[in-house]
Design a protein around this ligand. Sequence first.
Ligand SMILES: [Zn+2]
Length: 271
Amino acid sequence: MESWRSCATCGVENELDDDLCLICADERQYLPPGGQRWTTSAERAAEGCRVQIEELEPDLYGLTAHPKADIGQTALLVRTRAGNLLWDVPGYLDDAAVGAVGDLGGVAAIMASHPHMYGAQLEWARAFGAPVWISAKDRGWVRRDGPELRTWSEPFEVLPDIEASQPGGHFPGSAVALWRAGAQGRGVLLSGDTIAAVPAEGWVTFLRSYPNKIPLSAAVVARVAAAATALSFDRLYDNFRGVVAVDANAAVRRSADRYISWVRGEHDGDT
Ligand SMILES: [Zn+2]
């Protein structure tokens, strides 16, 4: 029997003696009807779960568990000459996933943009002998501890050519990672839920809670956008397959300006 279990709603690893997944009990997430439910990787395997891997651009791969074994994120694997970063983490892995990621060069470092994306991070770490970098500001959200966990604070070169920083907002330690070699050298921002792409092309948004639609203040959005746009990038990938393919730095600025004008009440006459 495994020494841990997985929250059936968010897919984050928890110790066996937890009654409640604190990540789901928080106002940014939700407990399902009927309350907390748990599952195990054996149950997921019996359901036919597998990790689908696809190339998004050269040296960048999306990893998505089907059927959903987490919040539904697409984790990102960035290949570099110094090893690979697993950014945000599927809530499931099996021998096939480990083999496929191994064929892509394995994993040298694991980092989540925020606690909802911890997934099965210790299991992935142990499969590849990789450290899990946890934002010091969000360390209290870890539900399953292990020697692979290490804390970081910004700015932090998680691997050569990948700089992690913490604009905050969604969580105090909400992070982004700048992959300088991405987009043919124009720079890619891995934005997690710190900055989320939206269906309208060239726009993004910022929220305290995505499922519960809780906004952030004008001051916080201004701070998040200022931190992000100080980085040099042309393309942005969020954690749910959202992409701003070109001119993404300007999209963050434009979207922050619109958001701020609405939450300040400048358009109240239109409502
Ligand atoms: Zn949960």
